[in-house]
Ligand binder design. Structure first.
Ligand code: GLV
Ligand code: MN
Ligand code: MN
Length: 406
């Protein structure tokens, strides 16, 4: 008997957990994430499934009892986390996928096409800055020539991080998955990252769209100098330009009812008694349309440039990771949401990014299921979901897979 949902969930609980905050540090190609990859392999093996692991650590296992050569139904999510993240963002979709597969087998269901469970690497972009790195490579949306130049905060290049994790891309490796031949539909189950389902009193929902979003690096350069002996009027202080830019981002996003956040900065030399020589800050911006996103980022950039002029600092803005808006197949969403005991599931938008968005943009018919999150909090240790709702999610996913692979 393979482990049930609660057993699997309990197994994962300690992996990468901080004793201090209770949050998770499951950065890609580190020890905790490698442990999770091995855990996934073992769970698949316990279900008699072979796991294929690609050179960057994306994984897939197929259940194909009738030896069908039709394109399959793929489900899954990611096991990496943001820095000090919650337990659910990612792993809930992987554990639910394995549990849903068990449900289908218990029901005696024989799928007419393969059903696969997948795990994509570095979904959060918490280490190399590029969101959905694994699925972008698998979908052919990111060339390896660009990916291999990425460096983490400690200056480690992606190929070296892969090698340290026992993976690696060799010359001639094709990182692109044959999605068109192998995947007819992708369904990702995910914890909800807001309070929409709480407000609607529903345990599960289906996604309609993902807001466009992007990450932009703002490099502010100034002149290092003594904090005591430099007169206030003589300073070229990039911290001031940054501070005003952070306030401007918040104000501009509020004015148009969109989202802008500076959640990460790097200060050089980062000393208490010196004016910094450089501040690098990362803007995360999300809007309801692609045009609104471009306009918001432009307004923030203009205000930052204006302030840099006044401060005598220099500004450079680099788009590091931009994801266009995604509309999931509306017919598929309606089909999955309709005709359930207790009524239809709500169809809701999300402002969070997902591998499902990358696969959808690559032409795969894609849907997402969300499980209610009572706190509405995510990317934080406070992210949660009740076991009862998670089990409703497992049933919802099993029902969806059954509809798609009948
Ligand atoms: C990932 O969860 C993101 O929305 O950035
Ligand atoms: Mn996620
Ligand atoms: Mn996330």
């Amino acid at each position: 008997m393979p482990d049930d949902f609660e057993r699997m969930w309990a197994d994962l609980a300690p992996v990468g957990r901080s004793a201090g905050s209770g949050g998770y540090f499951r950065q890609p190609w580190t020890t905790p994430e490698t442990e999770l990859r091995h855990w996934f392999t073992e769970q698949c093996r316990a279900r008699g499934l072979d796991v294929e692991t690609d050179p960057v650590g994306n994984q897939v296992a197929w259940w194909n009892p009738v030896a069908s050569d039709r394109p399959g139904v793929l489900t899954g999510s990611h096991l990496d986390s943001v820095l000090d993240g919650g337990a659910y963002d990612g792993p809930l979709g992987v554990v639910s996928a394995l549990a849903a597969l068990d449900r289908l087998r218990e029901r005696g269901f024989l799928p007419s096409r393969p059903i696969g469970v997948s795990v994509f690497a570095e979904e959060e972009g918490s280490r190399f800055g590029l969101a959905c790195l694994g699925s972008r490579l698998a979908a052919g949306a990111l060339p390896w020539e660009r990916a291999r130049e990425l460096r983490d905060r400690d200056g480690v290049f992606l190929p070296d991080a892969l090698e340290a994790a026992g993976l690696g891309v060799a010359d001639g490796d094709d990182l692109t998955w044959p999605l068109a031949e192998r995947v007819a539909t992708f369904v990702e189950l995910h914890v909800e990252q807001g309070r929409d389902l709480v407000d609607r009193g529903a345990a599960v929902g289906v996604a309609s769209e993902i807001w466009p979003h992007g990450r932009y690096r703002f490099d502010f350069a100034g002149e290092a100098n003594h904090a005591g002996t430099t007169r206030m009027a003589d300073r070229v202080d990039p911290m001031l330009t940054y501070a005003m830019t952070a306030l401007a981002a918040n104000k501009q996003a509020r004015l148009v009812d969109q989202r802008a956040t500076f959640g990460r900065i790097d200060v050089a030399p980062n000393g208490t008694n010196a004016i910094p020589s450089r501040v690098t800050a990362w803007l995360d911006a999300r809007c309801s349309t692609d045009d609104a996103l471009a306009e918001l980022v432009q307004r923030i950039t203009d205000q930052a440039a204006d302030r840099a002029d006044r401060d005598g600092t220099r500004l450079q803005v680099t788009a590091e990771s931009v994801s266009a808006s995604v509309s999931f197949d509306p017919e598929l969403a309606r089909m999955l949401a309709a005709d359930h005991e207790g009524g239809d599931w709500p169809i809701i938008a999300t402002m969070a990014g997902h591998d499902a968005g990358i696969l959808s943009a690559a032409g795969v018919r894609t849907a997402m299921l969300f499980v209610r999150n009572p706190t509405g909090v995510s990317h934080s240790p406070a992210e949660t979901a009740s076991i009862a709702d998670c089990l409703v999610g497992v049933s919802a996913l099993a029902d969806s897979l059954e509809r798609l692979a009948r």
